[in-house]
Design a protein around this ligand. Sequence first.
Ligand SMILES: O=P(O)(O)OC[C@H]1O[C@H](OP(=O)(O)OP(=O)(O)O)[C@H](O)[C@@H]1O
Ligand SMILES: O=C(O)c1cc(=O)[nH]c(=O)[nH]1
Ligand SMILES: [Mg+2]
Length: 192
Amino acid sequence: MNTDQVLDIFREAGAVLEGHFILTSGLRSPVFLQKARVFMHADKTEKLCRALAEKIRAEVPGQIDYVVGPAIGGLIPAYETSRHLGVPAIWVEREGGVFRLRRFEIEKGARVVTVEDIVTTGLSIRETIECLRDLGAEVVAAACIIDRSAGKSDVGVPLIALAEYEVPAYPADQLPPELAAIPPVKPGSRNI
Ligand SMILES: O=P(O)(O)OC[C@H]1O[C@H](OP(=O)(O)OP(=O)(O)O)[C@H](O)[C@@H]1O
Ligand SMILES: O=C(O)c1cc(=O)[nH]c(=O)[nH]1
Ligand SMILES: [Mg+2]
C-alpha cells in the first residue's frame, strides 16, 4: 500500500482536518489527522494494519513476542496489526503523564514492536520505548500508520511507516498570521 492509498482512506473517512491544532508535542499545525475517524471503520483499519503487518514482517528479522500500542491512539492499530502478525497486543497508558504498562507483565528480553497511529516528533514513541526498556524488554522496531515527519523523527530504533506525509508544524511563538487568526483546538489526550 502506498502513501496515496493510505491518504485516500483517511480522506474517505473525513479524517484529514483543517484548522488550527495544538499537537501533543505543543507544536501547532493547520492539519490534523483524526485517526479515530478511520479506526471507527473495521474494514479500513483492517486494510491499513494488514499492510503495516506485512511491512513489519518484511523489515524485522526474527521473532516478535509482543506488539505494544501507546494509548489512546495506538490501541486500535496495535491490536489490529497484532492480529495479522499473530502475536499478542498490549498497551502502555499514561499515569501521572508518564507511560506505564499498568495491566500486563512482560518478560525480560521480550522482543517488542511498538505500533503507533501517527508520528509527528517521535516523542510519544521515545517515551513508550523508555517505559519498555526500563522493564527489560528489547524494542526491535517502531511502526506507525502515518509519519508526519516524513522520516525526520529519530526514535532510536528503525521506524517502519506505512506512509510518510510531511505536514507543516510550528512552535507556538512562530505562527504564520493565517494560523494565528484561528482559535486553536487540542484533539489529543495528553494532559487530560
Ligand atoms: O510524535 P509525537 O509528537 O509524540 O505525536 C504523535 C502522538 O500524538 C498523538 O497522541 P496524543 O498524545 O495526542 O493522544 P491520543 O493518543 O489520545 O490521540 C498520536 O496518537 C501520537 O501518539
Ligand atoms: O502530533 C500530534 O499530536 C498528532 C497529529 C495528527 O495529525 N494526528 C494526531 O492524532 N496527533
Ligand atoms: Mg497517541
